[in-house]
Design a protein around this ligand. Sequence first.
Ligand SMILES: *[C@@H]1O[C@H](CO)[C@@H](O)[C@H](O)[C@H]1NC(C)=O
Ligand SMILES: *[C@@H]1O[C@H](CO)[C@@H](O)[C@H](O)[C@H]1NC(C)=O
Ligand SMILES: *[C@@H]1O[C@H](CO)[C@@H](O)[C@H](O)[C@H]1NC(C)=O
Length: 194
Amino acid sequence: MAKTLQNFSSLCTIPLTLLLLLTLVGASEHRFSRPLSRAKLGLKKEKLSHLRFYFHDIVSGHSPTAVRVAEAPTTKNSSTAFGAVVMMDDPLTAGPELGTKLVGKAQGIYASASQTELGLLMVLNFAFVEGKYNGSNLSVLGRNAVFSAVREMPIVGGSGLFRFARGYARARTHKVDLNTGDAVVEYNVYVLHY
Ligand SMILES: *[C@@H]1O[C@H](CO)[C@@H](O)[C@H](O)[C@H]1NC(C)=O
Ligand SMILES: *[C@@H]1O[C@H](CO)[C@@H](O)[C@H](O)[C@H]1NC(C)=O
Ligand SMILES: *[C@@H]1O[C@H](CO)[C@@H](O)[C@H](O)[C@H]1NC(C)=O
């Protein structure tokens, strides 16, 4: 009986060793993670860039660039429009007038997230179309208390020339039309990237 068991186990060791080898080979074929040097990704010195542009939030007229897509049953009774969700595709221009050079679009969502003041949750991408940044994007996730003189929002990442981006955006209202609700906001973006 003992002998039979021993024979059985020695028979088993061969496939087990094979299995182990196969597993090891498999592991290197499907390596999940590895350390990588910055040079291998072509990353050179990290640099700091300052971008300045004007954001046009057009909510009125026949072709608004920001549209309300959802609200809560109580939103209309809220002094801060709490629960309203707006989708935007707002033009970004080099100067404060809409006719100046288009440098990109602000695409994303702003939503009223405060019951005590007009405090917006901003979730958006700046999709640039100008110069060397054409085709590169920056992602913003922040809080925008629109009645404060300057609002600061984190830049949480980017793509294209803005890979590995981090930084912040400062927003300052340039002009608001109180009849239509249309607004022009100056943005100064400070971003570290490669
Ligand atoms: C909103 O306010 C109006 C007037 O005070 C009231 O009749 C209505 O029930 C309120 N609606 C909600 C959803 O609270
Ligand atoms: C930006 O890139 C797109 C696609 O490559 C191109 O069609 C467009 O002309 C470029 N715009 C500018 C201002 O260079
Ligand atoms: C940036 O966004 C634009 C517009 O949404 C998109 O076409 C482009 O592929 C993005 N660029 C990168 C590098 O992902």
